[in-house]
Design a protein around this ligand. Sequence first.
Ligand code: GLN
Length: 452
Amino acid sequence: TAYNDAVAALNPRLNAYITTTPELALEQAQAADARIAAGDATALTGIPIAVKDLFCTEGVRTTAASKILEPFIPPYESTVSAKLKAAGAVTLGKANLDEFAMGSSNITSGYGPVENPWKRAADQDAKLVPGGSSGGSAAAVAARIALAATGTDTGGSIRQPAAFTGLAGIKPTYGRCSRFGIVAFASSLDQAGPMARNTEDCALLLNAMAGFDEKDSTSAQREVPDFTKALNRGVKGLRIGIPAEYRLEGTNPEILALWDKGIEWLKTQGAEIVEISLPHTKYGLAVYYIVAPAEASSNLARYDGVRFGKRVDGVDLIDMYERTRAAGFGPEVKRRIMIGTYVLSHGYYDAYYLKAQKVRNLILRDFTTAFETVDAILTPTAPSAAFGLGEKMDDPVTMYLNDVFTVPASLAGVPAMSVPAGLNAEGLPLGLQVIGKHFDEETVFAVSAAIE
Ligand code: GLN
């Protein structure tokens, strides 16, 4: 009840939830109490969480923050949210996000932007973005109107909002969590993961979220370790790579200083710092912004006014498609569909899509080579702290630059976590990113916990 009240009080300002489900939450909380009394509770039983509104939830409206899905009430539950429910977590509601998870500041949501609960020390009036696309999840946890949240990360959507709001968040290895029932953006990149106040909460959530699922052919047949056991391992003797290519010219000095601090912390705790090279890093953004829109244009073809959600009638079928899609999709989604369709079209496929796939492979190879000599890699999560609502909006490419440090790990499918690493001079949180080997989230947790 306390959490429901807090949501009701704060959500009108923050807009962190698109849909709140107070009655359902109470019901689930009562069931959790009964479970606790019966002695059959898990660590998550009774824990109030926010679920990103990209996860289909049975009987509860799911929008992906798009008007095209407005009236959609899924008849089934995503595997990840079902697992959290089964563990006894209580769902407070569906968290806001960028439309179809396309964005880095939550401003492309068809349900309005989300406000970051953090403020610049010297300017309490300026509204800041919470990052994106999991901006509602981030704002809800940062404002304490959820104890933890689910996010999804295609090119940084868990890590960057976690950094902007002072949270921990992990994008697990591609295949670690099932994608079944998550509205698809770019299927070869999308991964679910937890966002929470610290690494321990993330480990507890990921324990419940991860695991093979026969309903997702890309989910991995891998044993799920108890991630909490890795938290106290320490970093003594670990080799931590520092990639030279992430020291981009023009990077904000406060971000470079933060990175140096992180390096110092790990060194003091006994880690060995190793300079490494990830030579194809500079192609990361270009590759991502070809591959992700290409897959998106194909995934979004299903919103045709026939099968899901909204329909705007027309004189014939084609006219109905066009009117439905014109009215239902926002400008960023339309831009991605056009880019994606273009790079996949006959005559351009080889020059863009095929080339991007080849370079993606080189980026993956960069990581495999680096991981022959290091156990984990440390970088900043984002090139800046949270910026003002309304900034970086004139030109989509400026917005895409936010993802410069997060997309390479997505393209390679390796696990990566953003861990809170203190505040900048304006009193805003900053995050460091720890990248690990495929299916070695444990080392990622160990290093992140040592930084936290
Ligand atoms: N900001 C990136 C994009 O706009 C990543 C989004 C995501 O990870 N879902 O595509």
